[in-house]
Design a binder for this molecule. Structure first.
Ligand SMILES: [Zn+2]
Length: 89
């Protein structure tokens, strides 16, 4: 009853500086190399301008880019699809 002195909504952030929360785990569900879901995901557009998520795996140190809204194909740093076998060790 005596909880409201001023009409300040406490849990409604105005979101001025924080970026909107995006669910990048739907773009990159798991590491393409080892399958780990504990990836570091960073929004990072490809050189050709496509929005993408850069995923770095702390487990096997593999890195790849995934186009947002794409088919989940792991891409190299230049935006070209990674080859079938030779992703370096
Ligand atoms: Zn991995």
């Amino acid at each position: 009853m005596t909880g409201r002195s001023r009409g300040a909504p406490a849990d409604e952030p105005l979101g001025s500086v924080t970026r909107p929360v995006v669910d990048d785990s739907s773009v990159v569900p798991a590491c393409h190399a080892c399958g780990s879901a504990a990836l570091t995901r960073v929004r990072l557009p490809l050189p050709d301008g496509r929005p993408a998520v850069f995923a770095s795996c702390p487990g096997c140190e593999s890195r790849a880019w995934y186009v947002v809204g794409g088919d989940g194909t792991p891409l190299g740093p230049d935006g070209s699809p990674r080859g079938g076998g030779g992703v370096g060790r």
